[in-house]
Every structure is written in C-alpha cells, then in structure tokens.
Design a protein. Structure first.
Length: 133
C-alpha cells in the first residue's frame, strides 16, 4: 500500500489535524497544529500526541511500496513542552534498511524550529495484505 493510500485511510491522524508536507522513500515531513483539546492537566501538549505525530511521519517514511510495514518498537525523548497555538513539525528519515527491518529517526520541532522531541522507530515489513477500498 502506498503511503498516500495509507494516509487517506488514517482517521486518527486526520482527526488530529495532521498535514503531510513531504512523502518520499525513507523520508517524510508531517505538521500538526496544537489545539486546546490536546492539552493535559498542566496546559501543555499531551506527550502521547507528540508521539502520535512522530509515529505518523515514521509510518509514511517506512511505507514506500506495496508491502505493509509497521512499527516493531519506538522510543521518544521529550525535550521541550508546547501549548495551544503551537505548530509542530515531524521530520522522519530512514537511517538503515536491512531485509525486512528498518531504523528511522524523527525530529519534532515547533514553529520557531526549537527541538520538542526526538523519536527513534524500528520497522518490520510484514506479509499482511493491505486493506482494500
């Protein structure tokens, strides 16, 4: 399944207002505005939503052909908090692809270019059949 087809079906990313800015083999850029309903009890963005943005960029970068590639694992380091009105951008880059496994780094920055988080994802290409329609 192509990443464009995958994103047309991705209701979770769409509900968070994510916009794909770049989609190339092993590389993706995704932007997400931070809204009030994304804030936790401390009035900063919920870390799970920063992870979701990084995970979406990662998914696009590692789905470059008709094979279904999914996360085998991921880690994130939060570096800076943001609040409503911020715009976060995640840039995913493939580091290594070896057989069915891959390693990807995703940098998340705010609208000023300040680092918000760093994410490292590990992918596995499956034998799953992509969904149809």
């Amino acid at each position: 399944m192509s990443s464009q087809t995958m994103m047309r079906r991705d209701r979770a990313s769409a509900s968070l207002g994510m916009e794909v800015l770049a989609d190339e083999a092993g590389y993706a850029v995704v932007r997400m505005p931070v809204r009030d309903e994304m804030l936790n009890g401390f009035d900063i963005i919920h870390g799970g939503l920063v992870f979701a943005l990084a995970d979406t960029a990662f998914a696009i970068a590692c789905n470059e052909d008709e094979n279904v590639t999914v996360a085998a694992g991921a880690d994130i380091t939060f570096l800076r908090s943001t609040t409503s009105g911020a715009v976060l951008t995640a840039t995913a880059r493939r580091r290594v692809l070896s057989g069915r496994t891959g390693l990807y780094d995703v940098s998340i920055v705010d609208e000023a270019g300040d680092a918000v988080a760093e994410f490292r994802g590990r992918s596995i290409t499956t034998r799953r059949t992509p969904p149809t329609a």
